[in-house]
Ligand binder design. Structure first.
Ligand SMILES: [Fe+2]
Ligand SMILES: [Fe+2]
Length: 191
């Protein structure tokens, strides 16, 4: 399948499986993920694929996410059992692999972990996390915040977004907090 064919086949799939609002969110995330990948010397096309596919399973019912996870032989952790929607990252990655032939581990990892992040996230994962948060249909982000983000390094972008998330939620999930601590330590070391 050519890149153009793959792109249109993913888009048709998403158009069928997602609400119009989430479909637009996926296109926007793909666009921003492509631009960020290019800005940070990664493959823009790969940035586009992960943005497009990251929420492919987002509208599956929670019971189906749980059941598909178990059928992959993966035991959800307590946070995921409590909130099975978090499993859409894992199942979207599985759709990317089995249905669309995405094989690169760093791309699958980016999709899998776009919900909570993780320490030592690959740069593609960072790009996706940032694009998912700041793409233009996200109304909780204003243009000033977006402009600030765009003036930063990739690690600083991610840290800034996590700081913003910390202001809005009482606690980050433990794995997100670990990513935050790692980034913060690394940035302070460089300063
Ligand atoms: Fe998502
Ligand atoms: Fe998303």
């Amino acid at each position: 399948m050519s890149e153009v064919e793959l792109e249109s086949s993913i888009e048709s799939y998403l158009r069928l499986t997602l609400s119009p609002k989430r479909f637009i969110h996926s296109l926007n995330t793909a666009e921003w993920s492509r631009n960020l990948a290019s800005r940070f010397d990664m493959d823009p096309q790969k940035g586009y694929w992960i943005g497009l596919l990251h929420d492919a399973a987002r509208e599956l019912p929670p019971e189906e996410l749980l059941q598909r996870t178990k059928s992959l032989g993966i035991q959800p952790d307590p946070i995921e059992l409590e909130n099975p929607i978090l499993l859409h990252g894992l199942i979207s990655a599985e759709i990317a692999r089995s249905r669309f032939g995405i094989r690169e581990e760093e791309l699958l990892e980016a999709i899998r972990h776009h919900t909570l992040g993780k320490p030592s996230l690959h740069p593609y994962g960072k790009v996706l996390y940032v694009a998912d948060y700041i793409e233009p249909s996200r109304t909780f982000v204003d243009d000033t915040f977006r402009a600030t983000i765009l003036s930063l390094s990739l690690d600083e972008m991610l840290l800034k977004i996590l700081e913003e998330e910390k202001r809005f939620r009482k606690n980050l999930a433990p794995i997100t907090q670990e990513m935050y601590d790692e980034l913060r330590g690394r940035i302070l070391e460089r300063a």
